[in-house]
Ligand binder design. Structure first.
Ligand code: NAD
Length: 499
């Protein structure tokens, strides 16, 4: 693949890539693709000031017209799907199918947001006072700051941006320092759409490149009323504190530690396929990756044997090649983190299979691993921690209630699933006494959500909801309006206040 030609088709010139301190690398082989410039604190301030000025104009544009801009952006994404998908592969290391899937998710959320642009409704509420009407209205809130993680470098940003823009909010985007090029490509595609739309205020979308310091400068700024931050729980705690100190609003999409329960009545063929996709897909680097498998004791050993066979034969390699199912980890730190978690699991009594480095001769600068299974004697501290790599811990259970308790007994609360054909277990799992996660599935794995539902999780996952359902409300301010169309001035609660 000719990277320069690919970038050129996405409007990224060699000039764009030859300035600055921020090295852009591919995890496929560790090679450097180019350099971008990190934003300085003054750049961050200027971008936010400009976005705020854009807000004052954009909030006056009718929402369905704002939707038209998102529709045009969706069209650009359709045209560029193959190229942008390949850039995701190059920069994040995802296999081609998953790179394309990520761009499709962007197209889907644009379609959703276009429809939403005509549905930003509020309620009409019965007033207790005669001749009065109460209603709630939703208005643009201001600049939306978006911080994104490396593992969904474009889709998660688009969940935020498509909604924020139809809601009337400009976007300032701080992408992961590991995936700056995909962000640059998105901004170029947005520019194409903006040009076709005409009259888009300057600063409606700005990308500020760089690391933690750039993110910090953005979240501290009071002109950013909403900060949507996706990444580790450590990052989310830091961001939440800063935003809360100035009483801003944060939407947090943080780490997960996702489990699947396999019950005696489960369709095991389906379960095995779901386990493989959820546990080894994206090389275990999805927030919804399956990390803990809780299997009925009558099935555990047989299921683990089947998984070992599948794990031993799954094709690991260059994610650009057809047939590859597992690409590289993002970097050496991710590889070291995986090895250290496996060592700890062993010291806690775990029986570990797989986890070794692969293809070191072919790609000395790339970190490929055989996905690993670790049969654990109990739920240990190592299992309660999210290690962002393909490690699947397995546990045995006897009673379904015990399995649900294990599912919930971790600090995170993102995704979960149960494989069962027993309707009592299925219903209990999604009920108030079941999974405590933001996503609770039956007979499908925990990963691979659709955009139509609200996405996010509880506890240390941060509580944020993005994408579908009524997640748009987080990007707007709600006003309650009471209109008096009588000639009297009755007070609420019957209070008399006569002069
Ligand atoms: P990370 O926390 O290292 O970085 C995420 C982003 O936060 C980057 O852009 C980084 O520069 C920025 N950042 C870090 N510290 C900051 C601070 N103090 N102030 C402002 N910005 C800061 O995460 P990562 O390694 O890129 O991504 C993997 C993590 O993201 C995993 O924990 C995964 O579960 C999580 N994730 C969650 C979701 C979700 O929707 N819940 C989706 C994708 C990834």
């Amino acid at each position: 693949m000719d990277a320069a030609a690919l970038l050129k088709r996405l409007d990224i010139s060699s000039g764009d890539l030859s300035r600055g301190d921020l090295s852009c690398r591919s995890p496929i082989d560790g090679a450097e693709i180019g350099h971008l410039a990190s934003a300085t604190p003054a750049d961050v301030k200027a971008a936010i000031d400009k976005a705020h000025a854009a807000f004052l104009a954009w909030r006056k544009v009718p929402a369905p017209r704002r939707g038209e801009l998102v529709r045009l952006f969706g069209e650009e994404l359709r045209q560029a799907k193959d190229d942008l998908g390949m850039l995701v592969t190059l920069e994040a290391g995802k296999i081609v199918q998953e790179g394309l899937g990520e761009v499709q998710e962007m197209i889907d959320i644009c379609d959703f947001a276009v429809g939403l642009s005509r549905q930003l409704y509020g309620l009409t509420i019965a007033s207790e006072r005669p001749g009065h009407r109460m209603m709630e209205t939703w208005h643009p809130i201001g600049v939306c700051g978006v911080i994104s993680a490396f593992n969904f470098p474009v889709a998660v940003w688009s969940w935020n941006a498509a909604l924020a823009i139809v809601c009337g909010d400009p976007v300032v985007w701080k992408p992961s320092e590991k995936t700056s090029l995909t962000a640059l490509a998105c901004s170029k595609l947005f520019e194409r759409a903006a040009k076709k739309f005409g009259g888009v205020p300057d600063g409606l979308l700005t990308v500020i490149f760089g690391g933690v310091e750039v993110g910090k400068a953005m979240v501290e700024n009071p002109k950013v009323p909403v900060v949507s931050a996706t990444g580790s729980t450590r990052m989310g705690k830091a961001v939440a504190e800063v935003v809360a100190r100035r009483l801003g609003r944060s939407i947090l999409e943080l780490g997960g530690n996702n489990a699947m329960i396999v019950a005696p009545s489960a369709d095991q063929e389906l379960a095995v396929r779901a386990i493989l996709f959820s546990a080894v897909g994206t090389a275990g680097q999805r927030c919804t990756t399956l990390r803990r498998l809780i299997v009925h004791e009558s099935l555990h050993d047989g299921l683990v044997d089947r998984l070992k066979k599948a794990y031993a034969s799954v094709r690991i390699g260059d994610p650009r090649e057809q047939g590859t199912l597992i690409g590289p980890l993002i970097d050496k730190a991710a590889f070291d983190g995986m090895q250290s978690a496996l060592d700890k699991a062993k010291s806690e009594g775990g029986q570990v299979f797989g986890g070794e480095r692969q293809l070191e001769n072919q790609f000395p600068g790339g970190y490929y691993v055989r996905p690993s299974l670790a049969a654990m004697p109990r739920q240990t501290d190592t299992m309660r921690h999210e290690t962002f790599a393909p490690i699947l811990y397995t546990l045995k259970y006897r009673e379904f209630e015990e399995a649900v308790a294990l599912n919930n007994d971790v600090p995170q609360g993102l995704a979960s699933s149960a494989f069962t054909t027993d309707v009592r277990e299925a219903e209990a799992f999604v009920s108030a006494i079941g999974s405590d996660c933001g996503i609770a599935n039956v007979n499908i794995g925990p990963s691979g959500a659709e955009i139509g539902g609200a996405f996010g999780g509880e506890k240390e996952t941060g509580g944020g909801r993005e994408s579908g359902s009524d997640a748009w409300k987080a990007y707007m301010r709600r006003a309650t309006n009471t209109i008096n169309y009588s000639r009297e001035l009755p007070l609420a609660q019957g209070i008399k206040f006569e002069i």
